[in-house]
Design a protein around this ligand. Structure first.
Ligand SMILES: Cc1cc2nc3c(=O)[nH]c(=O)nc-3n(C[C@H](O)[C@H](O)[C@H](O)COP(=O)(O)OP(=O)(O)OC[C@H]3O[C@@H](n4cnc5c(N)ncnc54)[C@H](O)[C@@H]3O)c2cc1C
Length: 470
């Protein structure tokens, strides 16, 4: 048995055997076998490959943003041979994918989330995944052949440009970039930032959200999505933004301006005014992918945590850390929280498979909020166990924390999802009020029937006028 695959006190239990009972009936034999392959590929090839990748990127900013680490292409070749390619495109919607459901891919994404290079090596990396879904779902044949095919083959990469520096972009109706029709072209003007992936020299296509009809009375019909090749004149990348100091090169997060950028009218996706619909459709499954990768990151943090508290060289106050009870409590809490969060994500994936992203809005919002909180808490506990090393470059934990923290902001900040969940949940409030009042009234009646004075605190707190109504 490979040392790289041990994940139980009694030896290796394969990924397919560890699928939670609740999800097993929904996983095909083929998906279960692929899941085991994904686990082996990630543990034996990708995680060791991470170290090579980080060195091959280079040192200077110039090197880092012009690099294409050789390890990535080697891993892509291996992944293709193993059949681990494009697993993210779900069966029920796309003929171009590998034929797995959202649930099946969700299980695989957990393992991909344990390595820096694994998602790209299997052509399942964001933002390409969401972008490929957009073109596969909404693009016409010409757009598919020009951009989807090379993306599906892993030949090029892409970026999604929605967020703008001058407006609160968590509300997409604020977006100001203009897209104006001019003969057979559209002309784009405006600024974007947090354009992730734009730093990669292989990033050739931008999916851009802007406004074609800013005065439309329906504020959800003002926006459109258009495809913009990276080399059209008028596009300037001003700088790369960092995340807690990490530049995420060569991928990067660009601050970009568009000045009279002209693209053929045939680059419009789906039609003018359909932008909102497209971005809504893009984000549903993507949030599940992010969530499952975050679960993988949390598992990895717990593994590092366990390794540290069992390191015989490091004995504060004469004992290995696992002898200090507080650490075991943190391990146990991490186990409980990760397992619970995983179930929530799998439940959301099952719901998407049963209907679609729209039918699973509540479940998607729940995991969008819950999973980053759990992952950050677990990573934080692992960092603490490592002491100074935990915040340094000597473990992957610091960069995992930085990247995990962004999950509370990207694809809509926590508050937006929480407000929406709260509003929807509150719609049941009046009905609950009536039901509880009826139960109290019935309790009072029953008390009278048995000759007992009603002592329900809610009943006693009422005014006599209220009581007379019961
Ligand atoms: C690492 C990273 C990668 C990203 N990648 C991309 C990308 O590839 N493409 C892209 O277009 N964008 C990308 N983004 C941008 C991201 O999607 C936005 O930052 C996010 O949508 C929030 O928009 P904003 O930054 O304009 O914040 P704002 O909209 O200004 O919101 C600021 C804060 O206001 C609060 N807030 C917002 N709404 C409410 C509310 N209803 N109630 C209470 N409080 C509220 C929240 O605390 C929020 O964080 C990325 C961001 C990061 C950090």
């Amino acid at each position: 048995m490979s040392e790289l695959l041990v994940n139980s006190p009694n030896g290796h239990i394969s990924a397919s055997q560890r699928i939670p009972a609740i999800a097993r009936p929904f996983v095909s034999e083929r998906a279960a076998k692929t899941l085991d392959l994904v686990e082996k590929f990630v543990e034996e090839e990708c995680i060791p490959g991470d170290a090579v990748y980080l060195r091959q990127i280079g040192e200077t900013t110039q090197q880092r943003f012009s690099s294409h680490p050789a390890i990535i292409e080697d891993l892509k070749e291996k992944a293709k041979k193993l059949g681990l390619w494009n697993m993210f495109l779900p069966t029920n919607h796309f003929k171009e994918g590998a034929g797995f459901s959202n649930l099946e891919y969700g299980l695989m994404a957990e393992y991909l989330g344990k390595s820096r290079v694994a998602s790209e090596a299997t052509n399942c990396a964001a933002p390409d995944t969401g972008n490929m879904e957009v073109i596969a779902k909404y693009g016409n044949e010409q757009q598919k052949r020009r951009w989807l095919d090379p993306l599906l083959n892993g030949k090029i990469r892409s970026a999604f440009l929605m967020t703008e520096p001058q407006v609160a972009s968590s509300d997409a109706t604020n977006i100001e970039m203009t897209i104006k029709r001019d003969g057979d072209s559209y002309v784009l003007n405006g600024s974007k930032w947090w354009s992730s992936g734009i730093g990669d020299p292989r990033c050739e296509i931008f999916i851009v959200l802007g406004k074609t009809d800013p005065n439309n009375k329906d504020k959800y019909k003002q926006q459109s999505v258009i495809l913009v090749p990276h080399d059209v004149p008028g596009i300037t990348i001003h700088r790369m933004l960092s995340v807690f100091g990490y530049d995420d090169a060569p991928h990067g997060h660009g601050h970009v301006s568009f000045e009279n950028v002209r693209v053929p009218a045939s680059n419009m996706v789906l039609g003018e005014g359909r932008g909102f619909e497209i971005i809504q459709g893009r984000l549903g499954p993507g949030r599940i992918h992010h969530a499952m990768r975050s679960i993988g990151a949390a598992e990895k943090a717990l593994e590092w945590f366990l390794a540290r508290i069992n390191d015989p060289r490091k004995k504060p106050f004469g004992e290995m850390l696992h002898k200090h009870g507080v650490m075991l409590e943190r391990v146990a809490r991490s186990r409980i929280e990760i397992d619970a969060a995983r179930l929530a994500v799998l439940n959301a994936a099952i719901k998407i498979d049963e209907s679609n992203a729209k039918g699973a809005l509540k479940e998607i919002a729940e995991v969008k909020v819950l999973v980053p909180e759990v992952a950050l808490t677990v990573i934080d506990r692992a960092i603490q166990a490592f002491g100074g090393a935990g915040v340094s470059q000597d473990t992957p934990l610091a960069s995992m924390y930085a990247s995990g923290r962004t999950m509370r902001i990207v694809d809509g900040p926590d508050e937006v999802h929480i407000l929406q969940l709260g509003r929807n949940e509150n719609k049941r409030g009046p009905a609950h009020k009536r039901r509880i009042d009826a139960q109290i009234a019935k309790g009072v009646e029953l008390c009278k029937k048995y000759g007992i004075e009603a002592k329900d605190p809610l009943y006693l707190n009422r005014t006599s006028a209220d009581k007379s109504k019961l």
